[in-house]
Design a protein around this ligand. Structure first.
Ligand SMILES: Nc1ncnc2c1ncn2[C@@H]1O[C@H](COP(=O)(O)OP(=O)(O)OP(=O)(O)O)[C@@H](O)[C@H]1O
Length: 361
């Protein structure tokens, strides 16, 4: 009951929700005998033991190391209905390298434990089939990688992607689109998953060619959903952005040099630009510096204004990561303070018809 009303109130407030997920100890950490310094006090509070005593942080939900992918998705999947209903929805994962971002968003390597992205694909089409008597829903997607301040289209081969220039633009509704990148239609969850796998393979080839790890780049997937109501002719345009951010650790700790340093600087720049946008939104400043970085430009329609946003802050339980864990939790606390004003993107029957016949662009 308490949870139900909590969710209801949070939805009405429309603020950015932040979920914290603690991964289990890794084998090397366990073998080394690292102490566990992170614990959940309850569903909403996490405690970190530091050299200067305990620090407590509160989020919209805490998932402990034993939480399953099903449980995590259970609390996420209402947002997918919102995107179909015409809201802009963004789900993104933030945290240091190895903290479980990819596990949460994509799943494990063997895909025995799929994460939010593949589960979302299935859910979109489940909702579509449940409503096929009432709505006609069209799904299309783009998939981009942001590496060293350069956007790459993951739906084409790396060779082709390298010669293309992608620019982020906004359409009349304020929805971000990637000009110069492929947008592909998908008629089933299987088709969407095949596109995603192709994108991951292209990402892997590009990363191997350049001798970089794919976790040093940001992955951005945009899924557009257009749903037409058969009864009254209204059309809703929703967008779901799924973002797996690059690792947030600072360059100093990893001892980065040259190319790695450029990479780390670019990651730091984009994550701090994201922090600046978040800060401007949370203090309700009139100017929000979205244009300072390609990451914030890409996420512009998903942060603030007309959006429902869910951030995962992924953390390690081990004492050896205490500094990064604290930094991530402090960053996530800032995010929690933002209030969005989520509104549906909807056209009346008449406007939708005009657009269809080319009378409005
Ligand atoms: N909740 C979890 N349950 C089981 N294993 C997990 C969990 N979270 C992470 N792992 C495992 O921990 C390792 C690191 O996780 P993952 O690759 O997701 O981290 P990451 O934050 O995405 O790192 P990177 O920034 O390098 O991509 C992986 O082997 C992953 O399978």
């Amino acid at each position: 009951m308490r949870k139900k009303y909590y969710n209801l109130v949070e939805n009405m407030k429309g603020k950015i929700r932040v979920f914290c997920r603690i991964r289990p100890m890794s084998r090397p950490e366990a073998v080394r005998g690292d102490a566990t310094i992170v614990s959940c006090l309850d569903e909403y509070s996490v405690i970190v033991e530091t050299a200067r005593g305990q620090r407590e942080f509160q989020f919209d939900r805490i998932f402990g190391s034993e939480s399953s992918q099903e449980e995590v998705f259970e609390d996420t999947n209402r947002l997918i209905q919102s995107a179909i209903d015409g809201f802009n929805v963004c789900i993104f994962a933030y945290g240091q390298t190895g903290s479980g971002k990819t596990y949460t968003m994509v799943g494990d390597k063997s895909m025995k434990n799929p994460g939010i992205i593949p589960r979302t694909f299935t859910k979109i089409f489940e909702i579509m089939h449940e409503n096929e008597a009432k709505f006609d829903i069209k799904v299309s997607a783009y998939m981009l990688e942001l590496y060293n301040d350069r956007l790459q289209d993951l739906f084409v081969s790396p060779a082709e992607a390298f010669s293309k220039k992608i620019e982020l633009k906004k359409d009349k509704k304020g929805l971000v689109f990637a000009h110069g990148a492929e947008t592909k239609d998908a008629a089933s969850a299987g088709e969407l998953f095949a596109l995603f796998e192709q994108g991951c393979a292209n990402r892997h080839i590009a990363a191997t060619k350049m001798n970089v790890e794919s976790s040093r780049s940001h992955l951005i997937i945009g899924i557009m959903m257009e749903s037409r109501n058969f009864t009254n002719g209204t059309v809703c345009y929703g967008k779901l952005s799924l973002v797996d951010l690059a690792g947030s650790e600072r360059a100093a700790k990893t001892g980065a040099k040259d190319e790695q340093l450029k990479e780390a600087n670019s990651i730091n720049k984009s994550l701090s630009a994201l922090g600046d946008v978040i800060s401007a939104l949370s203090s309700e400043q009139p100017h929000v510096p979205y244009r300072n970085n390609k990451l914030t430009q890409a996420m512009q329609d998903s942060l603030g204004g007309n959006a429902k946003t869910l951030m995962f802050v992924n953390i390690s339980p081990s004492e050896c990561n205490v500094e990064e864990t604290l930094t991530s939790l402090i960053y996530a606390t800032r995010v929690k303070a933002i209030t969005n004003n989520a509104q549906r993107n909807m056209d009346s029957k008449e406007i939708a018809h005009l657009k269809e016949v080319g009378g409005l662009e």
